[in-house]
Design a protein around this ligand. Structure first.
Ligand SMILES: Nc1ncnc2c1ncn2[C@@H]1O[C@H](COP(=O)(O)OP(=O)(O)OP(=O)(O)O)[C@@H](O)[C@H]1O
Length: 339
């Protein structure tokens, strides 16, 4: 069964399409009429804990039925083609689910055999995949003695061993230190660039997806908040950030410039003082090229040095700012009404 979905992704092909997909548990609505299309490449599925990410993945794998709506993965209907989807899709679950008493090699060979690979091919693919994720001599030791990072690599390897077209990675950076996190994000990127496998990766950390993903889908309280290319999220704004030096004549240069600019009719915004050093940064709305000249002249007249004048870029996290209060209310209502 094929349903018409509006294709909005960057290469014009849809690998995942959902239409008004809902999942209701007795006390909570985990997914709420979610309609989204995902194309090839690396896509981040981002949302706070409880936003509905794992629930969506389980429905897409055909492991959990939706309450309403429908979804297709690689053109296959999740309600009736779960087994065919799981043949073509790899899945790295969020939680630790590895047997402690077997080695990575034994475990991944077993998973390859479960996926239908013959014994020799299973062993060869396992060796290749474990090398790709960076597990070498350790692959013969029992998993129980592995670090969190090594366990995450084993989970990633078993998701890749049967050469899928698409992988779902549920919070693959969970529990990793910054170095381990960077290494895992690099591996994820290479899954697509080296092997052409598309990736849907979930995270509750917004920043890391900016660097890793081509496309980002943001969910909150089971609803779609936004779906767009990463570059659209991080596009430049009309806000200019200005930083100046202090002098003996103007010990608070920032304040002097703020007053000078306001006197010239330039709208100066209040910087977010919660950020370290934010008090030394002036934010103002650029009205056009002439705003740059006004700032330059004001700083020069005061005899201050201009340290920085740059257009700010959006951060993905800003997508949450406006909707937080509304969604908190919606979450409370969902729980309260036992929907
Ligand atoms: N089997 C279930 N029974 C009842 N409620 C569930 C079940 N599975 C998930 N939920 C609830 O559905 C909501 C969404 O959960 P889900 O695990 O999909 O979120 P998530 O975005 O993956 O967050 P996390 O990373 O914390 O798992 C949560 O409120 C969760 O408690």
């Amino acid at each position: 069964m094929i349903f018409v979905a509006c294709v909005t992704n960057f290469e014009g092909v849809t690998v995942i399409a959902t239409e008004s997909l809902s999942k209701r548990f007795p006390r909570v609505t985990a997914l709420d009429r979610l309609s989204v299309d995902v194309g090839p490449g690396v896509t981040g599925l981002v949302g706070a804990n409880g936003a509905g990410k794992s629930t969506l993945i389980k429905i897409l794998l055909g492991l959990s039925p939706a309450s309403e709506g429908r979804a297709e993965v690689l053109g296959l209907d999740v309600a009736s083609k779960g087994a065919a989807i799981r043949e073509r899709v790899g899945y790295m679950p969020e939680h630790d689910c590895l047997p402690p008493d077997v080695s990575a090699t034994e475990f991944v060979v077993h998973m390859a055999r479960m996926s239908g690979l013959p014994p020799t091919a299973a062993r060869e693919r396992t060796a290749d995949t474990l090398r790709h994720v960076g597990l070498y001599e350790e692959r013969y030791r029992p998993i129980g003695g592995y670090s969190t990072g090594m366990k995450q690599r084993v989970k990633l390897a078993q998701a890749l061993v049967h050469d899928p077209q698409l992988v779902f990675l549920d919070e693959p950076t969970n529990g990793l230190d910054p170095v381990g996190r960077d290494e895992m994000l690099g591996l994820i990127r290479r899954i697509h660039t080296d092997f052409g496998i598309s990736v849907l990766v979930t995270s509750h950390l917004l920043g890391e997806l900016e660097r890793t993903c081509d496309h980002v889908v943001v969910v909150d309280g089971g609803k779609l908040l936004r779906s767009s290319s990463t570059t659209d999220f991080t596009q430049t704004t009309t806000t200019l950030a200005i930083e100046v030096t202090d002098t003996d004549a103007h010990p608070d240069g920032t304040r002097a410039v703020r007053e000078a600019l306001r006197a010239r009719g330039v709208e100066v915004l209040d910087a977010n003082s919660a950020l370290p050093g934010a008090g030394h940064v002036l934010l103002l709305t650029a009205q056009g090229e002439e705003t740059y000249d006004v700032v330059r002249d004001a700083v020069a007249e005061l005899g201050l040095g201009l340290v920085r004048m740059e257009q700010r870029r959006h951060h993905i996290s800003e997508v949450f700012t406006d909707s937080d209060a509304e969604n908190d209310q919606q979450r409370k209502e969902a729980v309260g009404h036992g929907s």
